[in-house]
Design a protein around this ligand. Sequence first.
Ligand code: MN
Ligand code: MN
Length: 461
Amino acid sequence: MDELKKELFYQPKNGYDLVDAKECVAIEDYCRGYMDFLDNARTEREAVREAVALAEAAGFKALTDDAKGIAPGEKVYSVNRGKGLMLAVGGRRPMTDGCVIGAAHIDAPRLDLKQNPLYEDGELAYLRTHYYGGIKKYQWTAIPLELHGVVCLKNGETVNVVVGRDPEDPQLVITDLLPHLAQDQMAKNASKLIEGEKLCLLAGSVPYAGEGSDRVKLAVMSILNDKYGITEADFISAELEVVPAFDVRELGLDRSMIGGYGQDDRVCSYAELKAILELDEAPERTAVCILADKEEIGSDGVTGMQSQAFERFIGQLCGDPAAVQACFSHSFCVSADVTAALDPLYAEVSEKQNAARLNYGVGLCKFTGARGKSGASDASAEVVGRIRRICDDAGVLWQMCEMGKVDQGGGGTVAKFMASRDIDVIDAGVPVLSMHAPFETTAKLDCYMTYKCMKAVYTAG
Ligand code: MN
Ligand code: MN
């Protein structure tokens, strides 16, 4: 009976019962590189900068506006307004045979400074924020925060701002009420516990010497003016993102996990990037890697996955914009995005038989969406069959998974925006605990297997 069960049953196994010592070393090596990347890529702009540096070191060249096609083995990249990145390695077959695409996103939930953020109250200076993406607002209070971004001055010059990353830098915080006086607050629904308008950064407390109003605000503004040459009006044309100040760390007494901010979806972005950078000879079909912005707010916007910037890039690789649709229709895309891992502390939201587990490998999702699969592109059986075959042939540990119980909630990825382009697409990514929290948890083995999956997909052609 045991033999028959072995033959007939689908029995996923813990990855650590399947990898050998050599692969364990490869997992550690890979994750060190990932952790470095994650530490230095706290915004989409920084992710692009880091990725371009790695790409140039691997021999990739910026695609020029007059580019006409891509030669076999040629390695190119194109930056979309500093916030999105597309890379390609030319294949042996023509572009009209389709390409193999990996699509991930480099934006992450955060707090953006408002366009007129600075004010003073009770002789303290504050910066108002507007949150970006899906967050539990209460998680953003009483933790160390940093400020990253750009300020565009009236004269056209762009000033880069980073406050809090350097160990010598000060950091920022959003205060919360002490439990002693939180009787009314604690009785509130968690979504109302911290109101959006209370997500204001404490920015300073020392008044400018002299008499008059708004002296603390003035002191803070003069510090910013000294350091960055900006005035209050320059906030209007700024993109300043408030992100957690936590360092990326190994987690668990066994060091098997990684803790850090923005792993959704920089963990899959890095997996894709590393996989394409390592293609040292021309793959069968052109390999394309997209690191998109704006996924957390619907993939809209000129740097999001719905932007025609992607059509333009593919048109350049085809050497003929009219060939883009033919290329798409033969292409295959892995939408590399994280999925929810089964959390034993909150097992009630998952259906165990179909939930992703830590250390079971890259999580393949046939569909995302909510309720009756609403909003899902729902990969076909043929597409699932294809990736299953590719993974098995390459020794990639994978698991089939679904995010949460039916009717418990849901989510989406860029997959449907590739599907609407007539591209076969499936979701695959790293299972995450505490997704969208300021400090997210992944397992090293799953991070590595996602990279291995992407490499197998690119190599299979
Ligand atoms: Mn995501
Ligand atoms: Mn997300």
